[in-house]
Design a protein around this ligand. Structure first.
Ligand SMILES: Cc1cc2nc3c(=O)[nH]c(=O)nc-3n(C[C@H](O)[C@H](O)[C@H](O)COP(=O)(O)OP(=O)(O)OC[C@H]3O[C@@H](n4cnc5c(N)ncnc54)[C@H](O)[C@@H]3O)c2cc1C
Ligand code: HEM
Length: 371
C-alpha cells in the first residue's frame, strides 16, 4: 500500500463509524453554500442512501492501479455530463467534503490528513474534468425510445431501445439509465448485444426487492417510453489480440454483458473455445435458454453449462454455486476469464480463480454493486 493510500485509509477510520453524520453534514453544507446544485440530485433525497459521498470516498480509496484508474476517471467525468456537472462544481463539492470530514473526525484530524484528501481529490477531479472536456463532440446523454419490453419471469425484463443519435460502445460495456418513472435516479445496466446496424440496444434487468429504478424498468416501462442513457463505461471488453480460450461466468442478469461478448465473437471467432457458465438460484431464473442453446448448436466453439444453487430437481443443470461449478470443470490454466453478476457471486469466483492460480491479468469482471 502506498503512503498516500495508507494515510487516506487511516484518516477514514476516524469517521467510518458515523458515516450518516458525515453524509448529512456534507449534503447540508453543499446545498446551503451552493443551492444551484440541489436540482442535479434526486427529488427525494434519502441522504443515507445517496450515492455521491459514498462514491467519492470509495473512488478516493481505490487508486492502486494508476493507469486503469485514470481511464475509469475519464469515463466517470464523461458520465457526469448527464448531471450537467461543470468544472467549477468540483471545487464546491470538495469544500463541503473536506469540511464534513474535518468537523466530524474530532481532534485526531490533522493537516496531513486534510492535505492527502485535498491532493487526491484534485487528481480525481482533474481527470474527470479532462474526460468531460474531451467528450464535447457527444451529447451529455442520449434519448432512446423503448422498442420492445418482455417479462422473462416475475422479476426479470428484457427490453430493447434505440438512441435517437448514434451511440458508440464496445461489447461488455454499460451505461447509466434514467426513466421517466424515477426522474434523476440513474443506474447502470450492461448492453446485452454487440453494436448493430440499426443502433438498437438490448438490456436485461432484474427487479431488486425495494429497488427504485430496477422495479420501474421491469414493472412499469413500456414500448414507446423515452429513456436517457449516459456515456458508455467499463473495461470488461474482449481482448481481441489474445488467442486463449475463454471462460465466461455469469450470475443472473450478469448474462447481459457476457451475451454481448459472445455476440461479438460470433462475428469473427473460429479458433477460440468459449465456455459459458450460467449461474442462477433455480430454473425459473434461467431466461434466454433457447437462444443460447441455438448458439451452441450453431457454433462448435461455444458451449453452455447451467448451475443452480437452490434447485436440486433441475435436470440438465449442475448443482452448486456457479463459482464452485467452474472450479469443478477446471483446470483452466490457459484461459481468459470474463465474470459478471452480483458482488458476492463475482467475489466468490475471483477467490476460486485466485486459488487455482489464474493470473489476475487474465480476468476481467464487473460486479453489479452500487456505491
Ligand atoms: C457495472 C454495473 C453493471 C450493471 N448491470 C446490470 C444489468 O445489466 N442488469 C441488472 O439487472 N443490474 C445491473 N446492475 C445493477 C444496477 O445498476 C442497480 O444497482 C440495480 O438495478 C438496483 O438498482 P435500484 O435502483 O433498483 O435499487 P436501489 O434503489 O439503488 O437499491 C435498493 C436496495 O437494494 C439493494 N441493492 C441494490 N443493488 C443490489 C443488488 N444488485 N443485489 C442485491 N441488493 C441490491 C440496495 O442496497 C438497497 O437496499 C449493474 C451494476 C453495475 C455497477
Ligand atoms: C471527486 C469527484 C467525484 C467523484 C469521484 C464522483 C463519483 C460519482 C459516482 C461514482 C457516482 C455514482 C454513479 C453515478 O450515478 O453516475 C456519482 C453520483 C453523482 N455525482 Fe459525482 N463524483 C464526483 C464529483 C461530482 C460533482 C462535482 C458533482 C456536481 C455537483 C457530482 C454530482 C453527482 C450527482 C448528482 C450524482 C447522483 C447522486 C444520486 O443519484 O444520488 N459529482 N458521483
Amino acid at each position: 500500500m502506498t503512503n498516500l493510500s495508507h494515510i487516506l485509509k487511516e484518516s477514514w477510520t476516524l469517521v467510518e463509524e458515523h458515516q450518516d453524520r458525515v453524509a448529512s453534514y456534507f449534503y447540508a453544507r453543499m446545498f446551503l453554500n451552493n443551492p444551484q446544485l440541489r436540482d442535479m440530485f434526486p427529488v427525494q433525497m434519502d441522504v443515507q442512501r445517496n450515492r455521491l459521498l459514498g462514491a467519492i470516498v470509495s473512488t478516493v480509496q481505490d487508486f492502486e492501479d494508476p493507469e486503469r484508474f485514470h481511464e475509469y476517471l475519464r469515463a466517470l467525468g464523461r458520465d457526469h455530463r448527464k448531471f450537467h456537472v461543470e468544472p467549477e462544481h468540483y471545487g464546491q463539492v470538495k469544500a463541503a467534503l473536506l469540511e464534513a470530514l474535518r468537523v466530524n473526525a474530532g481532534e485526531r484530524w490533522n493537516v496531513t490528513y486534510e492535505q492527502a484528501w485535498s491532493d487526491i481529490y484534485d487528481v480525481i477531479a482533474d481527470a474527470m474534468i479532462a474526460g468531460a472536456r474531451d467528450d464535447q463532440h457527444n451529447p451529455p446523454y442520449w434519448h432512446a425510445e423503448v422498442l420492445t419490453h418482455e417479462r422473462r419471469g416475475p422479476d426479470i425484463a428484457v427490453f430493447t431501445c434505440r438512441p435517437l443519435q448514434p451511440l458508440t460502445f464496445r461489447p461488455g460495456q454499460y451505461v447509466s439509465i434514467e426513466c421517466r418513472y424515477q426522474p434523476r435516479l440513474w443506474r447502470t445496466y450492461s448492453m446485452a448485444n454487440a453494436p448493430r446496424a440499426d443502433g438498437t440496444l438490448e438490456f436485461h434487468v432484474k427487479a431488486i426487492g425495494a429497488g427504485w429504478v430496477s422495479s420501474a424498468l421491469v414493472r412499469r416501462l413500456k414500448v414507446g417510453d423515452m429513456l436517457r442513457l449516459a456515456a458508455p463505461m467499463g473495461s470488461m471488453t474482449l481482448d481481441r489480440r489474445s488467442t486463449r480460450d475463454i471462460v465466461c461466468v455469469a450470475g443472473g442478469t450478469g448474462l447481459a454483458p457476457v451475451k454481448a461478448l459472445i455476440d461479438e465473437l460470433t462475428r469473427y471467432n473460429r479458433t477460440r473455445w468459449v465456455h459459458l457458465f450460467r449461474g442462477v438460484r433455480n430454473r425459473n431464473e434461467i431466461y434466454d435458454r433457447e437462444y443460447l442453446d441455438r448458439l451452441a448448436a450453431r457454433y462448435p466453439w461455444f458451449n453452455v453449462v447451467r448451475a443452480v444453487s437452490d434447485d436440486p430437481g433441475c435436470t440438465g443443470c449442475e448443482q452448486g454455486n456457479v463459482s464452485e461449478v467452474v472450479r469443478r470443470f477446471g483446470p483452466w490454466h490457459e484461459h481468459d476469464f470474463y465474470v459478471s453478476g452480483s458482488a458476492p457471486m463475482v467475489n466468490a469466483t475471483l477467490r476460486n480463480l485466485a486459488e487455482m492460480q489464474i493470473p489476475s491479468t487474465r480476468i476481467r469482471y464487473d460486479a453489479f454493486t452500487e456505491f
